[in-house]
Design a protein. Structure first.
Length: 413
């Protein structure tokens, strides 16, 4: 069983529960909401060990501060051991994310970013065994597994927990017990998976809705879903049917646009993007790609650059999310191909729709009943009431008959 031991008073606390919360994808407000819900639903005490398995590949602005504030608020309510292990894949993590944890573990080769080397504690802790880059304010964690001064290096989460149990590891934080009548300070712990007891380990992830948000908050996916939603709506304008494409397109627009504020999207990029789609509508209406299609593609790509301008250019960018220009190019090319392939579909929808049942009435006599609008009226044809088009200037008289003609698949008088 996991045990927490006080060096000063040699008091032992049995840890009966290990809770591992997994963070991956883009570290965003969705993770913070999930953690808040987790702490609300599960009341932690000193007999619980809270572990974060961190494998996020990036983070959004303000998330780090919100994360630290959340852990500080939780710690003020109840003290319990908190640990973080960065893995399983070699990744990077902002140094500020490590401030609120008693025990820290890394997969070999992890890079710590935005390190404040004015802090002598960090220099003493990391620079002896790991590679400290003072110019880039980063630390490359050692490739060798083991226990170091204030942190552990392990290639797996299980190895991290086992190392806590088999080694004498001092906590990085000062905590005070609140159990019983006599409180005490503990700074030294020794965890271990005791063979005589069954330690319960539960794994947690963000809710399904939050996982969808996390997935879409990747800039490449957010841009892809947004432009695909617009494309489906545009194609619906030229297709016959119940509007399923428009419904799916609207849903994609809604999901992807929810992340725009957090990703720091530039609104001018959205305006330029809409201009490119107006050009694509004209391309579909004309029925051939030509120079206008190429122009629409170029305008769309420029729109993608403007959308994520703050994340792409400049040393003092206002956002922390990294965006790959290559992914934006791929999405833009994919959409242009989508429209190029859709052109024959639109033409077939217009020209090959089966109108034989209607056009077979051509040559028959139609008796005028009443006017519907400026371009069409209601006629009686073989005891059937049929809507037939006519020119705005044509004068029609009630009770008179007219010869039906066929023009481009439609009936006219």
């Amino acid at each position: 069983m996991l045990k927490v031991t006080s060096v000063i008073f040699f008091i032992t606390i049995n840890i009966s529960q290990i809770n591992v919360f997994q963070l991956d994808g883009l570290f965003s407000n969705a993770h913070l909401r999930s953690l808040e819900n987790h702490f609300e639903q599960k009341a932690y005490s000193e007999t619980d060990l809270f572990v974060i398995q961190y494998s996020a590949d990036d983070y959004t602005e303000g998330t780090i501060e919100g994360f630290n504030n959340l852990l500080m608020t939780i710690s003020q309510k109840e003290n319990f051991p908190k640990a973080i292990w960065v893995g399983p894949h070699k990744t990077s993590i902002n140094a500020k994310l490590l401030n609120q944890f008693d025990y820290i573990g890394f997969t070999p080769g992890t890079v710590i970013l935005n390190v404040d080397f004015a802090d002598e504690i960090l220099i003493n802790r990391f620079c002896e065994a790991s590679n400290c880059n003072f110019d880039e304010s980063s630390i490359s964690i050692s490739e060798n597994e083991g226990v170091y001064n204030g942190y552990l290096v392990s290639a797996s989460l299980g190895g991290f927990l086992n190392a806590l149990g088999s080694e004498s590891i001092e906590s990085n934080l000062f905590q005070q017990s609140s159990k019983g009548d006599n409180s005490y300070d503990f700074k030294f712990v020794q965890f271990g998976l005791n063979e005589e007891f069954s330690n319960q380990i539960d794994f947690y992830k963000p809710s399904l809705l939050n996982r969808v948000y996390i997935a879409v908050s990747n800039p490449a996916y957010s841009y892809l879903f947004f432009v695909l939603g617009l494309a489906l709506i545009v194609l619906e304008l030229f297709a016959m049917g119940p509007g399923i494409m428009a419904f799916i397109g609207g849903l994609l627009l809604l999901i992807s646009s929810m992340t725009f504020h957090e990703l720091g999207v530039n609104n001018f990029g959205i305006l330029i993007l809409l201009i490119s789609f107006l050009m694509y509508i004209k391309v579909l209406a004309r029925g051939y790609f030509s120079f206008m299609g190429v122009s629409a593609f170029l305008v769309q790509f420029i729109a993608s650059i403007v959308l994520f301008r703050d994340s792409l250019f400049g040393d003092g960018i206002n956002h922390t999310v990294s965006v790959s220009i290559f992914s934006l190019v791929l999405v833009s090319i994919g959409l242009a191909i989508f429209y190029f392939v859709a052109i024959p579909t639109v033409i077939r929808s217009r020209l090959t729709t089966d109108n034989s049942a209607i056009t077979s009435l051509a040559g028959n006599k139609a008796e005028y009943i009443r006017k519907i609008d400026n371009e069409s009226s209601l006629f009686n044809v073989n005891n059937l009431q049929v809507k037939i088009k006519h020119s705005e200037s044509k004068e029609l008289k009630s009770g008179e008959t007219y010869t039906i003609q066929e023009e481009d698949g439609s009936l006219t008088i």
